[in-house]
Each structure stands twice: as structure tokens, then as C-alpha cells.
Design a protein around this ligand. Structure first.
Ligand code: NDP
Length: 496
């Protein structure tokens, strides 16, 4: 099942199911700690060879893999659609974006990471200074089920392009997608540079203690903390891409049709199971009613149903969280203008628009991860910004305004902001993606995403003897006076 070899076989298996139909999609091994360690050992051996290929050699290998994925993207998308329940079109879009990131990482790694000269500064003018970004070794990637290709690829592609080997533990809900990725890599490249291990949370936990050089985790904040605690034992660095409670702000000069459409898509696409999905909307008093009418009219047309544009909730326990948030909002004076309480046993949650929801309720403060959105009237943009910044999460954000987009965006506490679009930042390979606060830290995508899987190596090379020798026991009192004079001359005067 996996692309590893010479490692102990797994004694037990588990199945992945189609959440829309209950059909068994695949059976996979539950890998234990011994297996995970053996896979990491293989990855460690392979790391030297992968690094020795250099940027050009790795780029060639990644391009081969990219071509295989692009040629067979329909197959990957339908496997993803079956494992998550998401519509095939959404799975195709996700695959396309992942391929674009893989292409960017492969072709830009050299430019971003290779050794470059930097200024040595005035006091060290006799030195030539340079820095390069070196691979860490083996990176462990722990992925989620909501975007089982796009999200882990943000770590996998960038870590590989930076010269690391990778061991990937996909979510127990989407193991087939992880296996497919590792198998196609093996087919294209022929070496166990990128391998997969499957199983439940214990397999993921085993990966964090298997001696990897970094862990890239995407999932809940609570599990992120557990991963970080496990990694602390060995001082293993981590990237944590945790949840969000993203706000969308509608200013009084916004295009309201566009804003309503973006709100609905941002809230309900992928059945709302998007870390940077829209969960809260703050609308200027002057346009609140008109915006709400448009949103409600659009939302009423959208249905969660088999084969529809909104699929089932992938993880059964998530339905209870969504139900709790809606029930709590309604019990505390909120109203559902579209959708409403979620029936017991439901796997499809209808798009839901909530208004008059108190700001301290779960539906506004906690990650819902369902196709629901709260809409709140604000008197001005100061209030909108204050409320948008008012949760412990800070991942993405959105602003709709003709003229104030940048001014509002610059005051938002968030890793990313889309202006007059929604989640657009995630599809731009040059932009870093990640959060602050309970949304995590570290970055995938872009130059920052490449550097995340490296460590900087600095070199200072003396070009000629310094005029004033400072780092020697032969330094004289006269040289110290000269130094004082130079520093005063450089930094003690003037206005700059
Ligand atoms: P988790 O955080 O529990 O799981 C994410 C990944 O971590 C999975 O691969 C999981 O494996 C693995 N894992 C679980 N326990 C451990 C552990 N102790 N050590 C290492 N790895 C572990 O998320 P869930 O899938 O349970 O979703 C729960 C909530 O997380 C959602 O309700 C949503 O709010 C949020 N979430 C956010 C995502 C985002 O994009 N930021 C993505 C997914 C979820 P396994 O699946 O096998 O248990």
C-alpha cells in the first residue's frame, strides 16, 4: 500500500469511507511506531542522495512528478471526492492549485535558497558575508482531510524542493489520497524521497517522535498543541497551520453583489470545511439591509445534497460541533434567515445565515467548520476592524470596498487578507500562508514557505586585515579609542 520498502508490515488495517454514501473507498494499514521509525530511517538514508542532486536535479524530479499528477488529475480528484464527499469540480480545482504550487516551488527553490552575498556593514567592511538556506533533512508532514491534496502539498512540495525528504501521514479520513501522492512520486522519481504512513492519530504521534528534523502539522489547535509538546522533547521545530474564524468586512462603498456572492462561496464551499473560510461578516450600517437581502436570496438557492454544490460533512463528529454552534446562537437571541438547527443523524448541513448573534457566542468565537455564517451590523469600519480582530484566531480575512480596501486590510490581525475577492491569497504561490495566535505559526507557500524547511548557514570570509583589529587580545587602548570615535561619528550625530 505504501511506497516504503524493507520495513515491518502492518498487522492491522482500517478503511476510508465515502461520507456521502458510506461506501468503502479503500483499506489501508495502521502503521505502528516501529514501522514509522523504519520509514523515517529510509528517508534519512535517502536525504543525502536527494540533497546531492542539487537544485537542478531536484527540479527535474519534481517536474516529472508534476507531469504525472497533471496527466492523472481526474483520477486524483475523483479519489479525493470519494474520500471527502466534496464535489468533483472542487476536487479538480484543489488539484490544479496544488500542481501550481508544486511547479512554483520546484522552479524557484534555487533562486530563493542558494548562497547570496549580503552587506557586511561598515564596521566589518573587510569581510565578505553570505548566506544560504540548507535543507533540514527529513520533514514529517501531518495532513488534514478537508483539503487533503492542496494543504499538505503546501508543505510537501516546498520541503522537497528545498532538499528534504518527506514522510507524510494523511488524515485517517483521506489515506487513499496520501497513498496516491506517494505512489505517483515513486512512479515518477523511482526513489523513496517522499513516503507515506497511514493510520490514526497514534501513527501521527509516532511520526512526531521518530527523529524527523521538522514537523509540518495542519489540523485543530488542540492537536497542534499536542504535536508541539511532543516535538519539544527533542527540540524538533514545528509549523502549525491550525484553524481560523475568518471575518469578511463589507464597507459602505462595496460592490454588494460581489460581496454577497463571495460571502456565500467563502462560507459554504467545501461545506464550510475550510481553515480560511468565511465564518463571520461585519457590514456597514448603511448597506447592511441591502447586503443581507442579497446574501439570503443567493443562500436560499444553494442546497447541501448528494451530487450538489455543497457536499456532506466529512468528519461525523463535526456535525455535532456545527449543531452546537447553531443551537447556542439561536438560544441566545440569534435568528437563522437561511438554514437552521441541524437534524440528528444528518451528514449534510444546509447553508445557514445567522443574524443577531451575540459577539461572545460560540458561533462567533469558535471555529465552526460548517457551511454557516454570522452577519453583524457595525456602525463604521473601526468597529468592523475591532470585531474582526476580536477572536483568538487570526488566519485569513476579507475586505469588500471600492476605495478603503488597503486601509482596512492593513489594520487586520491576520496572516492573509483578500480584498474584493475571497481566499485569493491561497492560490498565489508567491504569497506566504499561515496564521498568528491560535491559528498557528510558521508559513507554507512562497519564498517564506521554502525557507521554512531549511536552516540558514551564514559565512563571514575575511577579505583583508581590518584597519582596527577588534577580535584579538592584541587590541590596544588606541584602537579602542579609534573604535569609539568611529561609532560616535557614524551613529552619534545627525538626524537619521
Ligand atoms: P486533528 O487536529 O485532530 O487532526 C489533524 C491531523 O493530525 C490528522 O492527520 C490526525 O490524524 C493527526 N493527529 C491526531 N492526533 C495526533 C497526535 N496526537 N499527534 C500527531 N498527529 C495527530 O483534526 P480533526 O481532523 O480531528 O479535525 C478537528 C478540528 O480541527 C476540525 O473541527 C476543525 O475545526 C479543525 N481542522 C482545521 C484544519 C485546518 O485546515 N486548519 C484542517 C482540519 C481540521 P487522524 O485523522 O488519523 O486522527
Amino acid at each position: 500500500m505504501t511506497s516504503t520498502e524493507a520495513v515491518p508490515a502492518a498487522a492491522q488495517t482500517f478503511t476510508s469511507l465515502n461520507p456521502g454514501t458510506g461506501e468503502v473507498v479503500g483499506t489501508h494499514p495502521i502503521h505502528d511506531a516501529a514501522h514509522v521509525q523504519a520509514v523515517v530511517a529510509t528517508a534519512r538514508k535517502e536525504a543525502e542522495r536527494w540533497q546531492a542532486l542539487g537544485f537542478e536535479g531536484r527540479k527535474k524530479a519534481l517536474v516529472k512528478w508534476r507531469k504525472v499528477i497533471a496527466r492523472r488529475m481526474d483520477e486524483l480528484a475523483s479519489l479525493m471526492a470519494r474520500e471527502t464527499g466534496k464535489p468533483q469540480g472542487d476536487a479538480l480545482l484543489e488539484t490544479a492549485l496544488a500542481i501550481d504550487h508544486l511547479a512554483w516551488a520546484a522552479s524557484h527553490a534555487e533562486k530563493v535558497l542558494k548562497r547570496r552575498s549580503v552587506s557586511p556593514g561598515l564596521l566589518m567592511v573587510n569581510q565578505a558575508a553570505s548566506v544560504e538556506y540548507r535543507p533540514l533533512g527529513v520533514v514529517g508532514v501531518i495532513g488534514p482531510w478537508n483539503y487533503p491534496v492542496f494543504t499538505p502539498m503546501g508543505s510537501i512540495a516546498y520541503a522537497l524542493a528545498a532538499g528534504n525528504t518527506v514522510v507524510f501521514k494523511p488524515s485517517e479520513y483521506t489515506p487513499g489520497v496520501g497513498v496516491w501522492l506517494a505512489d505517483t512520486f515513486r512512479e515518477a522519481v523511482g526513489r523513496p524521497v517522499f513516503q507515506v504512513v497511514t493510520g490514526y492519530g497514534e501513527t501521527g504521534a509516532a511520526l512526531t517522535t521518530a527523529g524527523v528534523d521538522k514537523v509540518a502539522f495542519t489540523g485543530s489547535t488542540a492537536t497542534g498543541k499536542r504535536v508541539m509538546a511532543a516535538c519539544a522533547e527533542t527540540l524538533t521545530p514545528v509549523v502549525i497551520e491550525a484553524g481560523g474564524k475568518d471575518a469578511l468586512i463589507v464597507a459602505d462603498d462595496a460592490d454588494l453583489d460581489e460581496a454577497a456572492e463571495a460571502t456565500l462561496w467563502g462560507a459554504a464551499a467545501n461545506a464550510g470545511q475550510t481553515c480560511a473560510g468565511v465564518e463571520r461578516v461585519y457590514v456597514h450600517d448603511r448597506v447592511y439591509d441591502e447586503f443581507l437581502d442579497k446574501l439570503v436570496a443567493e443562500a436560499r438557492k444553494l442546497k447541501a445534497e448528494p451530487g450538489g454544490q455543497v457536499g456532506p460533512i466529512t468528519m461525523p463528529s463535526q456535525v455535532d460541533i456545527i449543531r452546537r454552534h447553531i443551537d447556542d446562537a439561536l438560544a441566545r437571541g440569534g435568528r437563522a434567515l437561511v438554514g437552521g438547527p441541524v437534524p440528528e443523524g444528518a451528514r449534510f448541513v444546509q447553508p445557514t445565515v445567522l443574524v443577531d448573534v451575540p459577539e461572545d457566542s460560540a458561533a462567533i468565537q469558535e471555529e465552526t467548520f460548517g457551511p454557516t455564517v454570522t452577519v453583524t451590523r457595525v456602525r463604521d469600519m473601526d468597529e468592523a476592524i475591532e470585531r474582526a480582530n476580536g477572536t483568538r484566531y487570526a488566519l485569513g480575512s476579507t475586505v469588500f470596498s471600492k476605495d478603503q480596501g488597503m486601509a482596512i486590510a492593513e489594520r487586520l490581525r491576520a496572516g492573509m487578507t483578500a480584498i474584493n475577492g475571497v481566499i485569493s491569497f491561497a492560490g498565489i504561490p508567491t504569497l506566504p500562508f499561515g496564521g498568528v495566535g491560535d491559528s498557528g505559526f510558521g508559513r507554507i507557500h512562497g519564498p517564506d514557505g521554502l525557507r521554512e524547511f531549511t536552516y540558514p548557514h551564514a559565512i563571514a570570509r575575511q577579505r583583508f586585515k581590518p584597519a582596527i583589529a577588534l577580535t584579538t587580545f592584541r587590541r590596544t587602548a588606541k584602537e579602542e579609542q579609534q573604535l569609539t570615535k568611529v561609532v560616535r561619528g557614524l551613529y552619534g550625530r545627525g538626524r537619521k
